[in-house]
Design a protein around this ligand. Sequence first.
Ligand code: SAM
Length: 284
Amino acid sequence: MVEQVVEQPEASAFIRPDPAGTPSRWSRLRRIPGLVLGEQLGGGPPLGRLPEPAVMDASDQVEAFDRAMAAVRPLYRRVARQVSALVPRGGTVLDLGCGSGHLLEELLALRPDCLAIAVDLSSAMLARTHARLTAAGLCDRCLFLREDMTIPLPIRPEAVVSMFAAHHLPDAVLLRRFLAALAGYAAEGAAVVLWDLARPRQAGSIPAFREAFHPGCPPCFARDVEHSLRAAWSRAEVQAACRAAGLAARVACPLVVPLVPLWWSVVLPATRGRDLTSCRFFGR
Ligand SMILES: C[S@@+](CC[C@H](N)C(=O)[O-])C[C@H]1O[C@@H](n2cnc3c(N)ncnc32)[C@H](O)[C@@H]1O
């Protein structure tokens, strides 16, 4: 049984300071009490789940996603630190559903001793990650794979991370297959860090979430936010799927913004020894 680490509540808001001309931090944050009231006090089950397309391949969608997520870069930094704390010196980190590479840029910059494997089914996203890491001088420590994250890869990373990707899985069977793949990496001793959105209980939380975290975003990203929240898994669904997949983890609610329960996370420490010789990076 793998020991679990439970997220501690924290009060920081993961939003960048506003450049001139964009809505003020206050105008964004004043949306949050409505989110809290709707989600905490509104009661009831989550909204019905509406799956969204799995792969983000359209160039305008990739571009809009990449720009919009730059606004929540401090959240990527926080998760990079969380992963870094679980990876031994010289370790390899597997990022499943890496998207445009915000997390990998933070992680590889933070850990010059580490290597990464970026996995995504979208060639456009992998190309964006490649460009981002090249511009940052980090590309030579990353391998890019166009693969399905629900199928285990024949590698033995020190840590596996996946952010905002599980909600793209079309159904509960694939969610279980994805979590079973993670359980396999964990059984080999890898640490696991998993973050995603949680499906809201109230339809009104969707525009409130968008205005709080992505104000003024282009229409195609606004649609993405709505589709993602409607496709997201609830904590209870992920907890049940973890059990079924043999991933001994507790699904926590990371309080990104206090009391807004629209995210969940799983954090499992590595069980493999923290020595350099355990690092496997294909031929290395
Ligand atoms: C919302 S993006 C998140 C990207 C990145 N992790 C982040 O947080 O910025 C989800 C990514 O998962 C990818 N994806 C969806 N299903 C996948 C699958 N089965 N295997 C690999 N990648 C997948 C999509 O193409 C997309 O790039």
